[in-house]
Design a binder for this molecule. Structure first.
Ligand SMILES: Nc1ncnc2c1ncn2[C@@H]1O[C@H](COP(=O)(O)OP(=O)(O)O)[C@@H](O)[C@H]1O
Ligand SMILES: [Mg+2]
Length: 227
């Protein structure tokens, strides 16, 4: 059974009272443990697709299945705990909470889930990414690379089955970007977490199990398995 599936998903936005189809009957099946890269030009619908796959947004038509569970019509109250337990998110702009320290940011999803070991786990994750010395720093005191490593720890603390990363290196310089991508790959290999990554990096696309490319709301035909 796939980890996650989109079946004939469409999404249309209305801009200046003109309808714009961003996703046009997209179907995608992601295997357990797969490392999938989604490519496509800016505006091609990559973030919209990620939001729909992860239940942050809803399709106009089509279904989204998490394993054998259809999550398309779940209410926000039912979906939020599923997202927190099953999905991890890494965003281009980090999305750290400014008033919390690094370790508190990392702990946050585990505390939401009622995990009594939240702090221990957060400290271990920060150690793993070389941020022990920054645990009590606030986001504004961290460099971009440090912020993203912290955000990755936060995404991992509940041991998600599926990790989404939307252009996680978009705000980083080349060296930090490479380090963050290497870390994501390493974590994927170690934990067999399903990894769905939006990136422009050709280098990282080469090590993915599969690369799909979005254009005009559809997948480009030659998208497919590269290994
Ligand atoms: N909430 C929204 N309202 C209206 N248009 C949107 C909204 N979100 C995205 N769009 C439009 O949909 C298109 C795809 O956006 P997006 O999924 O962010 O693309 P990408 O991540 O590939 O750059 C863009 O043209 C964008 O302007
Ligand atoms: Mg985007």
């Amino acid at each position: 059974m796939p980890a996650l599936e989109a079946r004939s998903v469409s999404k249309t936005y209305s801009i200046d009272s003109r309808a714009m189809t961003v996703l046009d009957t997209i179907s995608l099946s992601v295997e357990v443990g797969e490392f999938l890269v989604i490519k496509g030009e800016s505006g091609s619908g990559k973030s919209t697709l990620l939001s729909i796959l992860s239940g942050l947004d809803r399709p106009d038509t089509g279904r989204v299945l998490l394993g054998d569970r259809d999550i398309t019509d779940l209410t926000e109250d039912d979906l939020a705990p599923v997202r927190n337990a099953v999905f991890g998110f890494v965003f281009q702009s980090f999305h750290l909470i400014p008033s919390l320290t690094a370790v508190e940011n990392v702990m946050f999803p585990a505390e939401l889930a009622g995990d009594p070991h939240a702090r221990d786990k957060a400290e271990r994750l920060l150690e793993r990414v070389g941020l022990t010395g920054r645990a009590h720093s606030f986001p504004h005191q961290l460099s971009g690379g440090e912020k993203q490593r912290c955000a990755i720890c936060r995404a991992l603390i509940n041991e998600p089955r599926i990790l989404f990363a939307d252009e996680p290196t978009g705000n980083l310089d080349a060296a930090n970007g490479r380090a963050v991508l290497a870390l994501l790959q390493e974590l994927h290999r170690e934990r067999r977490t399903t990894l769905i990554l939006v990136t422009h990096s050709q280098e990282i696309a080469q090590s993915a199990d599969r690369v799909v490319t979005l254009r005009d709301g559809r997948f480009v035909a030659n998208s497919g398995h590269v290994s």
